[in-house]
Write a new protein. Structure first.
Ligand SMILES: Cc1cc2nc3c(=O)[nH]c(=O)nc-3n(C[C@H](O)[C@H](O)[C@H](O)COP(=O)(O)OP(=O)(O)OC[C@H]3O[C@@H](n4cnc5c(N)ncnc54)[C@H](O)[C@@H]3O)c2cc1C
Lengths: 261, 383
């Protein structure tokens, strides 16, 4: 089985995000960039497929040359090979543009399963996995909280507000996972050292046969008009326990009101 | 000259710190209060690959060098704050597994290293006796040869992991007359061998999550195939090498806890207010923070220098002794500062720094006391 894990390089979630006022895009040079934390879950799932089915896993990154440490980081979890799509024309792509590049890269690759993270911590659109599936005409299994591969079939638990649905599809397929799916491990010393010698291929848009005007800021179908800093956190609700048991009822009412239960 | 770690070493140190914060730090307060060894935490550490870190790859380890093994100790102490776990892991690696990796014959390595590397058993090494610590050559444990079997009699004490280990490397006198360099031999003594018992569990000031025991050997029969290395040369070749590992690698645990305590102290100094301002604005507090930082940097430089020299095969007994002597004292000083800076909260266990003081004291005793390190340093100058 061949698995591809597309990963993203995002600004460190621990730092403040900076939006460039001219281009209205995230300023990626402003702070430190890291492997998007949601990818730890998709990578872990791929590593498990490797352990269980001997899957061969390729990590795919669309991004500038500086994204190479992200590929190495992903490989350090134990993945087999890296593929990086780098082209100046890609800069400023929206979700659809990015999906076009990923779909083209996948078309040039052999694979049975693509495992995406759920929602990148920078843009938070959750659009790319479904768009890639659509562009490739493949089954799209989003919000996956459990997955199992059996021969040519994949079965997933697809999470929603009331629980989950059991969905089955034939391979090849595209899934995106939610954080509940697993508990990611940390890269071991062996993994980190092995990542140094894993094959890493770089391709341009021309290599993929994608024309520069299908991607980038110019081709974006979403337009950003303005941005504003996140409003400060509002004070929370404090329920005082006076020993009479009334607090429990208040807490229960609050949970119901907020639709947590 | 380049003081930086390699990209891979940086990545590994980060990974160990994050791993330890998630899998080791939770529950450490309770484990210290109860003074218990925790197999679940050990299994996590093993699953992450630390239990075989410097063990050669062909025996299931990761083949890491000395410096990198020290980084693991540093990161684990920083993120996990469980000094007892660090002590047990450090002993397991440096005086448990490595003597077998370096001196074992093929059969011994095949038998023990994969198990040790996987963390299925915990390594232990027994040289100290109730009446012989710094003066190792005065050990009384005897091994007498009868045919192809040695019969061991004596008592070993302060043995880290002694109650956990399936195999303990025991140093015993094989020649009653010979000078120290030819008198002692190392034996791989297996748990369950008749006459080989844990005779006492010792309660300690700190490092309480690591078991420390007394082992008694009463007519314990050990086949000659269980000799580790050569007959007679164990004190120089194996014993002193173990001390060297302790002085270059195990002390990195103290570096990690000094850094963590410094960071927690800085945070506290910014948050805690007195007389209308954060205590970090007071000169007396700044002095403590500055001293803690200074000690941390010196400690780290000395430790990494010694580890690097060991990797490079450069003679480093003085450098290792300096690292150990400095860290043994500096760790205690910094823990005292951290407590003082936290005031009453520093004196109760919830804020973790009182534990740091209890834990830090060991670095000046185990693996050669501060006085012994000073003796080594002075000897190179005075002859
Ligand atoms: C928690 C813990 C774990 C340990 N784990 C192990 C283990 O796994 N395996 C093992 O074999 N041992 C272990 N040890 C033993 C440790 O290595 C010894 O305690 C240490 O070497 C000191 O020996 P001692 O306790 O006999 O002290 P002593 O040698 O009796 O020293 C007493 C005091 O006299 C001083 N002194 C001694 N000689 C001189 C001198 N020539 N000049 C000046 N001062 C001197 C010492 O510095 C010390 O202050 C452990 C000890 C502890 C506390």
């Amino acid at each position: 089985m061949k698995v591809v894990v597309p990963v993203k390089r995002t600004p460190d979630t621990a730092g403040e995000k900076v939006i460039d006022a001219d281009s209205l895009t995230v300023d990626r040079e402003a702070g430190e960039s890291v492997l998007c934390p949601v990818n730890e879950f998709s990578i872990e799932e791929a590593v498990r497929l490797k352990e269980k089915h001997g899957a061969e896993v390729t990590v795919l990154v669309v991004g500038p040359e500086e994204a190479q440490p992200t590929v190495r980081k992903a490989l350090s979890y134990g993945l087999d090979a890296g593929l990086q799509i780098t082209d100046e024309a890609i800069a400023g792509s929206d979700a659809l543009g990015t999906a076009r590049v990923i779909a083209a890269a996948l078309e040039a690759t052999e694979f049975d399963l693509v495992v995406f993270g759920g929602q990148s911590t920078d843009a938070r659109t959750s659009l790319v996995p479904a768009a890639v599936a659509e562009l490739l005409g493949l089954p799209s299994l989003t919000y996956t909280r459990y997955l199992e591969v059996d021969g040519e079939t994949i079965t997933v638990h697809r999470e929603h507000e009331e629980g989950w649905d059991v969905v089955t599809a034939s391979l090849p397929a595209v899934v995106s996972v939610v954080e509940a799916i697993n508990e990611p491990r940390y890269p071991s010393f062996k993994g980190i050292m092995a990542a140094k010698s894993k094959p890493l291929e770089t391709k341009s848009l021309a290599d993929l046969g994608v024309s520069a005007d299908e991607v980038g800021a110019g081709a974006a179908s979403a337009t950003m008009y303005e941005f504003a800093p996140r409003p400060p956190k509002e004070a929370g609700t404090v329920i005082e326990d006076d020993g009479s048991g009334a607090a429990a009822a208040q807490l229960a009412d609050w949970l119901v009101e907020k639709k947590f239960v | 000259m380049d003081f930086r770690l390699s990209e891979e070493q940086e990545a590994f140190l980060d990974s160990v710190r994050a791993f330890a914060r998630e899998h080791v730090e939770p529950g450490v307060l309770e484990r210290d209060r109860a003074g218990t060894w925790d197999w679940d935490v050990w299994k996590q550490v093993a699953g992450f690959g630390l239990t075989g870190l410097p063990v050669p790859q062909e025996y299931g380890g990761s083949g890491a060098d000395v410096l990198t093994t020290g980084l693991a100790m540093e990161g684990l102490a920083y993120g996990g704050r469980d000094a007892g776990l660090n002590l047990s892991l450090g002993a397991h690696l440096t005086i448990g597994a490595m003597p077998i990796a370096l001196h074992g014959n093929e059969e011994q390595k095949q038998r023990w290293l994969p198990k040790l590397a996987a963390g299925e058993t915990v390594g232990a090494f027994a040289i100290t006796e109730p009446d012989a610590g710094s003066d190792t050559a005065s050990m009384k444990t005897r091994a007498e040869l009868h045919g192809d079997t040695y019969v061991l009699n004596g008592t070993k004490t302060f043995i880290t992991n002694g109650s956990l280990a399936e195999v303990v490397t025991v140093i015993a006198r094989t020649d009653p007359e010979a000078p120290a360099g030819q008198a002692f031999t190392a034996f791989l003594v297996e748990k369950g061998t008749p006459g080989f018992e844990v005779s006492k569990e010792l309660k300690k000031l700190g490092n309480r999550t690591s078991p420390t025991v007394e082992l008694s050997l009463d007519d314990v029969e050990v086949h000659t195939s269980q000799i580790l290395g050569d007959v007679g040369s164990a004190l120089w070749k194996i014993g002193f090498e173990c001390f060297d590992w302790e002085r270059t690698v195990m002390i990195a645990s103290a570096v990690g806890s000094m850094q963590r305590d410094l960071e927690e102290s800085v945070r506290y100094a910014k948050e805690r207010e007195a007389f209308g301002k954060p205590i970090g604005r007071f000169g007396a507090i700044q002095h403590k923070i500055a001293q803690m930082r200074l000690r941390l940097e010196i400690a780290r430089l000395l430790q990494r220098q010694a580890a690097w020299m060991k990797d490079e095969g450069i003679e480093h007994s003085t450098e290792a002794a300096m690292a150990k002597a400095y860290i043994g004292e500096a760790g205690v000083e910094s823990a005292l500062d951290a407590i003082q800076l936290h005031g009453g909260w520093g004196y109760v266990d919830e804020f973790h720094v009182e534990r740091s003081l209890r834990d830090a004291k060991l670095a000046g005793i185990g693996g050669g006391t501060t006085e012994i390190q000073e003796m080594i340093i002075a000897r190179t100058l005075l002859g």
